[in-house]
Design a protein around this ligand. Sequence first.
Ligand code: ADP
Ligand code: MG
Length: 656
Amino acid sequence: MEELSKIKGIGPKIVSNLNKLNIYNTYDLLTYYPYRYNMLNRTTLSNTIDNPGLITGVIESDVKVAYIRRNFNSLNFRIITENKIVKVVIFNRAFMKNNLIRGKEISLIGKYNNKTNSFVASDIKFEVIDKPTIESVYHLTSGITSKQLNKLINSVPSYNIDDYIPSIYSEKYNFIDKSSAISILHNPSDIKLLKQAKLRTIYEEFFTFMFKMNYLKYKRTINNIGLKREVDKSKVDEFINSLPFKLTEDQETSVNDIYRDLVSPQRMNRLLLGDVGSGKTIVATIGLYINYLGGYQGALMAPTEVLAVQHYETLTKLFKDLKIGLLVGSLKASEKKKVIEKLRLGEIDILIGTHAILSDNVEFNNLGLVITDEQHRFGVNQRNILQNKGTLTDVIYMSATPIPRTYALALYGDMDISLIKSKPANRKEIVTMVKKESEIKDVLENMWNELKSGHQIYVVAPLIEDEEDSDLNDIKKLKDNYVKAFGSKVNIDILHGKMSKIEKNRVMEEYKNGHIQILISTTVIEVGIDVKNATVMAIYNSERFGLATLHQLRGRVGRNDLTSYCYLICDKDIDRLKVLEESNDGFYISEKDFEMRGEGDLFGIRQSGDMAFKVGDIRRDYKILMQTKKDSEEYLKNGHVDNNYQNIMKNLDFNN
Ligand code: ADP
Ligand code: MG
């Protein structure tokens, strides 16, 4: 592994462009794989009438650029192909103008319209492609093209790259070696080889992940010393009985799991898995209370500031006698300092916060329990840092990502799992309907009724403001429309990720206290917001979101005993949205989501820090996943915790 700047042809500007892609060294560069391949194969003009295809031709005219509107331009010229003059147009490629020189032979990808004798190109290659070619396409930021990136990757001098597939398995499955696989992934010459290279790379990715899981589990069984607490159980029961509701059966079981772990001398590493609205927070809160009664400080970490503040308010109300602290990014430096000082002196019993809790200068007096909310949003490393703040600290991860059981067991193999399947009994099903934009009147009518009953509304759209070339709805436009529809007596406001923290908090506060009646936002409200009075949600362009996200969003309503409504507004016929009309059960929806492979966002797992596989896809490659689970268990059982694997642990910052 070497620094990027050591490679010939890579200057500071390219380094900074590569850094934007999270590429920091030659290893990152080599393993920055294409996300897609273009099959380039020359065809005839008439073959590109119905489906796009690749043709070649000689430029026959000058090139005219037309700037149509902001961010929208076209290039027009003519080519000679098949002894015919054909008009060519390509959009938003003004930057190519100087390369399109009369007399030059080029390749064009696109479709031919024989009535107007024009070829609408989607891409142009400045070379003649006359034999079948596979082109690598990379995720990019501006400043670098796929072709340039591919060239840079190919200029990395070869060196020994650790291969993490144990030889017994490479031999068993007849895998090609790692450096060949890497080279093929970037420069495939045929599909068969590409498949072999992918298979091998996916296997390695999954194997290391699964091995990690199994290794952590194994380490817990041989060296499992945690904090043993003396806890007055009657106080815990008293607290539970003082709550305004009765715990559900699953909540009770989860509380018992946690209690058992906290009073036993083993270290807890538990996943609290439950659908949105299933009531995980109160279970976590009881856990923090048990920990407090046992004499330790506790911490609760949330993925957003809005959510942290909400937890803070909930806990402050529940525990009048406990000292609860809040540590979030937007606090003034002096306030932060005060909180940190108190924490160190043990003058705070429970600390609630965002990632700010992870900074080095935050020191606990005697941390006993750490809870992370919406754990799939945090990476493994962040989780680890927190866990290591106290040497024997117990840990609970909360996740509203209901995934099918077999996956949960594989992907969270290192943890014990408490499952909250049932929802509080007072919940009504959320009435969910797919609606066309032309049917919006029905939706508005029902919104009006709900507003008259004093209820509140969420409206969600994919964009913040209008973008050229996009016909998606944006929240600024929707706000205008809603103000027009409801008049000035209804208080309407917006929320999105680009607002300042202070603004966001203000809007959330005003929505919570009922001042704002209709909140129009992007998906920033997805996580954990709890406003019981909200009964309607409308999600525009819902075809843009995965089932998981939609289900999570929908979970913001139906948080009381009123009937709530969710409108999935969508002009396309999308079958998968029907799953949401059918069911309110996150576990059922996730099963369906997994069945309908290829679509959906897999409950956010792909983006999460700990399961962001580069090539592997846990749904598509389910069989490989399960095979690596089996193989890695076997490998560990046979005593193969050799240096190679100690190394993996170290590299992955997993060895605490
Ligand atoms: P999530 O699992 O999505 O984090 P929350 O913990 O936010 O769900 O709980 C959703 C709402 O349900 C909260 O307002 C909470 O007070 C309430 N709640 C939790 N448990 C129960 C219960 N057993 N009965 C009635 N309401 C409950
Ligand atoms: Mg929650």
